[in-house]
Design a protein around this ligand. Structure first.
Ligand code: SF4
Length: 112
């Protein structure tokens, strides 16, 4: 089964790197990563769209390899133990706390 890591060695390297630099012990929040992108997705009615998030490093995959995208309002819940492609955009705790305050509480629609 393919995971977000390419090989077991990559997992070991990732953990060692994270431990060695002291950058992260515990979950990596994808929302605080430069590769987590907000994208529009067409809604049911013309002129409307919903917001989705995707990993532009290609790490979010379904079991059969298809790209997985998530609803924007769930993005603060996306975390993984570690990721070699993680590039943080600042202090994770502060960012996630502030993000939770401004995220919509449901899958809202927007107009163009
Ligand atoms: S690169 Fe890794 S940490 Fe960044 S969004 Fe993708 S899966 Fe999450």
């Amino acid at each position: 089964m393919k995971t977000e890591f390419d090989t077991d060695r990559e997992i070991e390297t990732s953990i060692a790197t994270l431990d060695g630099t002291g950058l992260a012990h515990g979950p990596v929040y994808c929302a605080n990563c430069i590769h987590c992108k907000l994208v529009p997705s067409p809604a049911e009615a013309a002129g409307l769209y919903r917001l989705r998030v995707r990993c532009d490093a290609g790490k979010w995959r379904k079991k059969l390899g298809e790209e997985k995208i998530y609803k924007y309002f769930t993005v603060a819940r996306r975390s993984i133990p570690s990721c070699l492609s993680y590039e943080d955009m600042g202090d994770s705790d502060d960012f996630i706390r502030d993000l939770r305050k401004v995220l919509p509480t449901s899958d809202e629609t927007y107009s163009f």
